[in-house]
Design a protein around this ligand. Structure first.
Ligand SMILES: Nc1nc2c(c(=O)[nH]1)N[C@H]1C(S)=C(S)[C@@H](COP(=O)(O)O)O[C@H]1N2
Ligand SMILES: [Mo]
Length: 304
């Protein structure tokens, strides 16, 4: 793919200084780095976004070392420990179902659909912890516009890759594989919903959903499905892995809501990883002024 030289980019678009340092480190890898260079360099020239929070981002160590990716095990340290053998390249994403133009996209094609942006988002896990993560990505709407959903395409269903040989968790029955998630079409078209291809100015680490994953910052973290290979437009709400596993605990919407407790614990507060004291959880994870209108007139206790 074409790589924009940093000199062609207006200073206002330029990434933070660390990204430049990172890029130099990356180039220093020379031939060893060349395998990854096309999409990695594109990621490193991402623009800043008006949608970013000004809160302090968590460390790369926390973001890559403490997380959930049940395909690699159920412990928070398992993804970092066991995702090393996963091969995220080459990669394609097939988009089909209720669309005018079904199509399979290569990773390079996906990364050229829209300018890559740095989006610093809060992520609130349903378990009660949160992080701030500097993603690199582009709006999911840019992909959906390419395939032209029909009037029957009212929901969007997502699937993670099924590859038990590289994903030890898929050799157990802890969830219904492949991992599945879903959004309503208006949620999927919202500018805050992105497909992320990197974080901290580099390509996505395997344990964070390489090479491409969804990020929906106003919903609990499990909606942000990792390592996506298939996106299907459908007429009715699609099945999701967590709803199948525990329908009384995980509904279709899963909007962050401090007023609706999980059946086994309160959702009123959260612990930001790296901090000691808990903080109040905000409705829609603090993105209410941007997304609350999507749910006007809905009973958010019934539609949890
Ligand atoms: N395929 C897949 N996607 C997944 C998960 C998973 O187990 N498998 N875990 C989810 C959960 S519970 C959270 S909190 C986020 C964590 O994302 P992060 O690793 O980028 O912090 O990924 C979500 N996406
Ligand atoms: Mo989570």
């Amino acid at each position: 793919m074409l790589i924009r030289h940093p000199d062609e980019i207006a200073p206002s678009e330029i990434t933070p200084r660390e990204l430049y340092l990172d890029r130099r480190r990356f180039l220093a890898l020379g031939a060893a780095g060349a395998l990854l260079s096309a999409d990695a360099l594109a990621a490193l020239t991402a623009r800043k976004s008006v949608y970013s929070t000004a809160e302090k981002a968590n460390s790369l160590k926390d973001i890559t070392g403490y997380n959930n990716f049940y395909e690699f095990g159920t412990d928070k340290a398992d993804p970092a420990a066991y995702a090393g053998a996963f091969r995220p390249r080459p990669w394609t994403v097939t988009v089909d179902g209720e669309v005018m133009r079904p199509r399979t996209f290569s990773l390079d094609e996906l990364m050229k659909l829209a300018p890559l942006e740095e989006r610093i988002y809060r992520l609130r896990c349903v378990e009660g912890w949160s992080m701030v993560i500097p993603w690199i990505g582009f709006p999911l709407s840019a992909l959906l516009k390419q395939v032209q959903p029909t009037s029957r395409g009212k929901y969007v269903a997502f699937e993670t890759v099924l590859r038990p040989s590289e994903m030890p968790g898929q050799r157990t029955r802890v969830l219904a594989w492949p991992y599945r998630e879903g959004l309503r079409i208006d949620e999927a078209m919202h500018p805050l919903a992105i497909l992320a291809v990197g974080l901290y100015g580099d390509v996505l680490p395997n344990q964070n959903g390489a090479p491409i994953r969804l990020v929906v910052p106003w919903k609990y973290g499990f909606k942000s499905i990792k390592s996506v290979v298939r996106i299907r437009l459908v007429e009715t709400p699609p099945a999701t892995s967590w709803n199948l596993a525990a329908p009384n605990e995980y509904g279709f919407y899963s909007n962050v809501n401090p007023a609706v407790d999980h059946p086994r614990w309160s959702q009123a507060r959260e612990r930001r990883i790296g901090e000691f004291f808990k903080r109040d959880t905000l409705p829609f994870n603090g993105y209410g002024s941007q997304v609350a209108q999507l749910y006007r007139g809905m009973d958010l206790k019934a539609n949890f």
